[in-house]
Write a protein that binds this ligand. Structure first.
Ligand code: HEM
Length: 251
């Protein structure tokens, strides 16, 4: 019997897909950014920062219920922070862009991994917390991004009325807001947007708390309910002013 020595089998070649991939990035920061966990943490942390801003903005708006002077004084106080205020605006813009960009990346990554259209999914309800809110994050987020451009044009860069406040000439932001919300299309448009904001925040807040690891199993149902309540509270808090102005209760 002849012993034929077989040539050792060649080490399996890395599959073509792996070959085609770019080598893993050297920088730990970039590796973190590219990982699924990193992306969830980025959208979670930026999302929570945006919730804090939106909540503060909503409370600031309610000052118009006290009166135009209170509202204008608040706007003046904020703008008097000068360079700090501009730095804040810059940081806010960066946070919005990062949140949206990474959110879109997560959406595409999930879509590639699971090519079944969102619309064909049944609500899983129960412990997976899949709801209409969670499945439409990309839609509600995109609409909110477009809304922001319109919103800033209307108010931040809108007509610069002036008024007197304690003998000082200041911007009359209250007049601009009151004028705009006397128009029904604005009130209806804002109402739709604020419902979408509520939906986006309902899932976003809950998902962010989970991503950054603040929720252990026991308090999940409670946190889920609380996220919904906070989201609803923010949407309603914003909604009050346009309708109160339109109905003539304010202004
Ligand atoms: C009834 C609802 C709302 C009213 C009446 C309102 C009013 C205003 C006003 C008057 C400004 C200009 C402030 C200034 O120039 O000092 C402003 C800025 C802004 N609003 Fe709203 N807003 C509303 C809802 C929202 C929502 C839902 C969002 C986010 C999703 C939002 C995000 C912003 C941002 C990012 C700015 C720019 C902040 C800055 O540059 O300081 N607003 N809003």
């Amino acid at each position: 019997m002849t012993n034929t020595l077989k040539a050792p089998a060649k080490a399996p070649k890395a599959n073509a897909e792996t070959d085609a991939e770019t080598p893993p990035p050297a920088s730990p920061l970039l590796r973190f950014y590219r990982s699924s966990l990193g992306k969830k943490l980025i959208t979670g942390a930026t999302g929570l920062a945006l919730v804090a801003f939106v909540l503060a903005h909503m409370v600031g708006n309610l000052l118009l219920f006290i009166g135009s002077d209170a509202y204008n004084a608040y706007a003046l106080l904020v703008s008097n922070f000068g360079v700090v205020y501009y730095a804040f605006e810059l940081a806010l813009t960066a946070i919005v862009v990062l949140h949206a960009w990474v959110g879109i990346e997560i959406f595409w990554r999930k879509r590639k991994a699971r090519p079944v259209g969102y619309s064909t999914y049944q609500s899983a309800g129960g412990p997976s917390y899949q709801t209409l809110s969670s499945r439409t994050m990309i839609v509600t987020g995109s609409v909110l991004a477009v809304f922001l451009v319109f919103h800033l044009r209307t108010f931040r860069f809108g007509t610069y009325y002036i008024t007197q406040l304690d003998g000082e000439t200041v911007r009359d932001l209250a007049r601009l807001v009151i004028e705009d919300f006397h128009r029904l299309p604005y009130v209806v448009g804002y109402s739709v947007i604020l419902l979408l904001l509520g939906s986006h925040l309902r899932h976003g807040l809950w998902s962010a708390l989970q991503s950054i690891g603040l929720l252990h199993r026991g308090i999940r149902p409670l946190a889920y309910g609380a996220s919904g309540a906070i989201a609803g509270g923010i949407a309603i808090g914003f909604l009050l002013l346009p309708w109160a102005i339109y109905l003539g209760w304010v202004g």
